[in-house]
Write a protein that binds this ligand. Structure first.
Ligand code: SF4
Length: 319
């Protein structure tokens, strides 16, 4: 695939996860996986909304409280309401973040400002885990296509693989846009990503195929807009073992004539073992890569599916 020079991959991160002592108690929540592993591939844009909106360190802890249909950000003991201060800072900060060209965001879980999922909302009785931190909400509303996750969920290997793969995919897509919106470049991009999309959603894959095939018949901006939406929507769906197995069999179909009976047998055995979850995805993919090199399959050689993220991240060693 023809690409412009790859841009650095910038992701927003809640500052306390990077080890910055910005928490209400003066501490941090340093996450070594983010700094030591992801830090080798991503450039971080730290954001602490509570310090950003002018609150001191240390400060009184706060929480979300139910207010009709909405929520308010209120300190636990003295009940000072910081909602308006936080919301006006969020509106300004998300606009500034447009300049950062972010490809993802990792939020600190459970925080009334930064938590993405299931943040406690207090009302009468037991708090309900149904909220989203005010800053996390501002980011997801302002950048609806941005891949976002929480650090806690990144310990789940499937969620980790999905999030990081989406971050890299979003960077490639943005690089494509930077190089200019031509139908030829879109076709090239789509061709390289076909199997990756298929592994996430065969239905959206078919829809995208039709869209690209009729690309010349519609205004360029509309084409790219619709493609982007489908591409990111597809990748947000999980590539399950069943869907990956279908893609692996699809790839194996390209070698029907070339493989010796022993090679065919070995390949089917390894795909079967993956299907039964006896070996991780990296095992059949490595064997397929070997045959692709050996038999020189040009179309397959260019498939992002075979190497969607740097191997050093070892994401497919665990799914
Ligand atoms: S969770 Fe968010 S608001 Fe709280 S310390 Fe971390 S970055 Fe700041």
């Amino acid at each position: 695939m023809t690409m412009t020079t790859p841009s650095p991959i910038k992701i927003g991160v809640s500052s306390c996860l990077l080890g910055e002592k910005v928490r209400y108690d003066g501490g941090h929540k340093h996450d070594r996986y983010i700094t030591d592993t992801l830090g080798r591939f991503f450039r971080f844009v730290p954001v602490c909304p509570e310090v950003g909106c002018g609150l001191p360190v240390p400060r009184e802890a706060m929480r979300l409280e139910r207010d009709g249909e909405g929520v308010r950000l209120v300190t636990n003991k003295t009940h000072v309401d910081h909602t308006d201060r936080m919301l006006s800072w969020c509106a300004k900060r998300v606009t500034e973040l447009e300049r950062e060209d972010l490809c993802g965001f990792i939020f600190k879980k459970d925080s009334p400002s930064s938590g993405l999922f299931n943040v406690k909302v207090y009302s009468t009785g037991m708090p309900a885990k149904v909220g989203r931190g005010l800053f996390a909400r501002a980011v997801t509303e302002h950048f609806p296509l941005l891949p976002v996750e929480e650090e806690g969920r990144l310990h789940d290997m499937g969620l980790r693989e999905n999030f990081i793969e989406r971050v890299f995919a979003y960077r490639r897509w943005k690089d494509l846009l930077k190089g200019g919106k031509t139908v030829g470049r879109l076709v090239e991009f789509h061709t390289a990503h076909k199997l990756l999309i298929m592994a996430h959603s065969p239905a959206i894959y078919r829809e995208m195929g039709k869209l690209v095939a009729h690309g010349k018949e519609m205004p360029r901006d509309e084409l790219f807009h619709r493609y982007q939406e489908l591409f990111l929507k597809a990748l947000a769906l999980h590539a399950t073992v069943r869907k990956n197995t279908n893609v692996l069999q699809h790839i194996a179909g390209y070698f029907k004539k070339e493989l010796t009976p022993e090679e065919k047998g070995e390949l089917q055995e390894v795909i079967g073992e993956y299907h039964q979850r006896l070996v991780p995805l990296i095992v059949p993919v490595t064997l397929l890569r070997h045959y692709i090199r050996k038999y020189g399959q040009d179309y397959l050689l260019k498939q992002v599916y075979l190497s969607p993220t740097p191997q050093e991240l070892m994401l497919r060693n665990h799914v």
